[in-house]
Design a protein around this ligand. Sequence first.
Ligand code: SF4
Ligand code: SF4
Length: 313
Amino acid sequence: MEKEREFYERLEARGVTRRDFMKFCTFLTATMGLSASFIPKVAEVFASPAQRPPVIWLHFGECTGCTEAVLRTMYPWIDELLLDIISMEYHETIMAAAGHQAEEVLHDAAEKYKGKFICVVEGSIPTKFNGAYGKIGNRTFLEIGKEICPKAAAVVAIGACATFGGIPAAKPNPGGYEAVGKALGIGTVNIPGCPPNPINLVGTVVNYLLLGKLPTLDNLGRPLFAYGKTIHDQCPRRSHFEMGEFVEEFGSEEAAMGYCLYKLGCRGPETYNNCPTVKFHGGTSWPIQAGHPCIGCSQPDFWDHMTPFYEEM
Ligand code: SF4
Ligand code: SF4
């Protein structure tokens, strides 16, 4: 009770009302595909978490855009909500330690929480030349991944690079960059996107805390609650996809094409993600709403398979 009171006081100090918070919990519960009866339980996970699972967040070959997405978008306070329900033991972007001290923190946390921590990995892993294309503290990403990931209770690959290789693995890929699961030969929960929507990471962690298990995954390791439908199936422009309808509404085929973005190379029909329903920037908008075709960023090898982006499929 005391913890819960403190939690709401902290939210209020940041200008977030209890009503805003409950709205967020309703939205998250719906995003996770759970019934409305779970809303109070989801709120409880944030307000008085029974345990805060330790998390080790590794950075490999990437641009840190996924971290930026988690820390800076959706709501001004989603990062703090996330940090309320997990115990971030190691994260190079936000930690104060550096150099040998940081290396020690990583090693100690992996030993202390062996078999209990969630390892979130951002970025792909170079495998050619014994992994020489990517190093931290004179150790290759490959060595670090092989040491840390097998000790985790679960490995969550976040972003296009960690899940499927992303831009570092695009042709000609001289460093032999590979997805985390493939490079290390392990199973991963995959949250792809460039960047991924932070709500899908939050949903995965809350699912783990609420139900004691990871969410149901598709055949590519993606949580079904987020990646169960194509962009096209959920797209508000879809009613104009049928040629007859949009020609009728816009007067000519040429004018109608300005509405549905298919002719501009939209990859929505072959891309699985929940962007149309969760959107970005606090639910303000998403690429297709803003007039840009989907480029298929949550599909495997999108940089090779979906290009050239502005040509019809
Ligand atoms: S804009 Fe893209 S996702 Fe939307 S209806 Fe057209 S092809 Fe489908
Ligand atoms: S609309 Fe398509 S390209 Fe844009 S973020 Fe969503 S899945 Fe990625």
